[in-house]
Design a binder for this molecule. Structure first.
Ligand SMILES: C[S@@+](CC[C@H](N)C(=O)[O-])C[C@H]1O[C@@H](n2cnc3c(N)ncnc32)[C@H](O)[C@@H]1O
Length: 263
């Protein structure tokens, strides 16, 4: 069923956003007349959505691991499949009393902040090349009460040289630069530098795997999110770099989505 030319769920989310009221309020007031300026704002948002603007940009946030993350055009919109990276990371450090965790390419901060909130005794460091992305991540951390150390720069270059971790996680840009998906759907509205490495889709992953040996504690683990068809190549890269116990985990769609191993 459609409402103002959109799936009902999307239209309802836009109405909740414009009225600044939760769903229960809308249900209880379904015959109330909406003020003309709010109705106009709602119709404008509906039109933007019909033109393809992502819902997260229209309402300003996206839920991830049951937390609300502010999203702007400077960051990747956190994806449900990335929750697997957080879940795997939590499992890796489950028995560690105070793990040191690094999130490379943090974007909105979704991964680092979720880990910090779910393991408050962890020391969590997050990096990004993008200064505007780091600003969004810092605002999210403040709003959600997460304690994170932030560094700006390219992969490990952002870190002080002595930085060593029990767990490194990353959801790097992994779409090949010539992949036609970059011109479709929400991807058209997200920063290109968050989506593609400008090469074959494995360049950032190679850099992250290569640099991990100098930044993992003994027995530490590296886990990387990657494209639907990249798991075997990521496994090979990890083994070539001396990682053991290399394996991939499947997302809810049954796609090998996250690959990692121990040093
Ligand atoms: C796919 S997004 C992931 C964002 C967030 N971790 C998430 O899962 O929602 C990749 C992130 O890597 C960052 N990035 C791209 N190149 C980088 C580099 N050379 N060094 C550090 N971060 C980089 C981008 O700015 C972007 O925020």
């Amino acid at each position: 069923m459609q409402m103002c030319g959109l799936p009902r769920l999307e239209a309802r989310m836009l109405l909740e956003h414009v009225l600044d009221k939760p769903r229960a309020w809308l249900l209880a007031h379904d015959t109330d007349v909406v003020a003309p300026e709010l109705a106009a704002k709602f119709l404008t948002l509906c039109a933007e959505r019909r033109r393809g603007t992502p819902m997260a940009h229209l309402i300003g946030y996206r839920e991830f691991m049951a937390y609300r993350f502010m999203v702007t055009q400077d960051v990747l919109i956190p994806r449900p499949e990335t929750e697997l990276l957080v879940e795997v990371g939590l499992e890796v450090v489950r028995n560690h009393p105070a793990p040191a965790i690094l999130d490379l390419g943090t974007g909105s901060g979704a991964v680092a902040i979720s880990l910090a909130l779910l393991r408050p005794e962890a020391f969590v460091v997050a990096t990004d090349l993008s200064v505007p992305a780091l600003s969004v991540a810092q605002q999210n951390a403040q709003a959600l009460g997460a304690k994170i150390q932030w560094w700006q720069g390219s992969w490990y270059e952002a870190l002080p040289p002595e930085g060593r971790f029990d767990l490194i996680v990353s959801n790097p840009p992994y779409i090949a630069s010539d992949d036609h998906h970059l011109k479709l759907g929400d991807l058209r509205f997200e920063p290109l530098s968050a989506l593609t490495d400008g090469a074959d889709g494995l360049m950032a992953i190679r850099a992250i795997i290569h640099g991990a040996t100098a930044h993992l504690n003994s027995g530490g683990q590296l886990w990387i999110e990657h494209g639907y068809d990249q798991s075997e190549r990521v496994q090979d890269l990890l083994r070539d770099q001396g990682f053991s116990g290399v394996r991939s985990m499947q997302d809810l769609a049954g796609i090998a989505r996250v690959t990692g191993g121990a040093l």
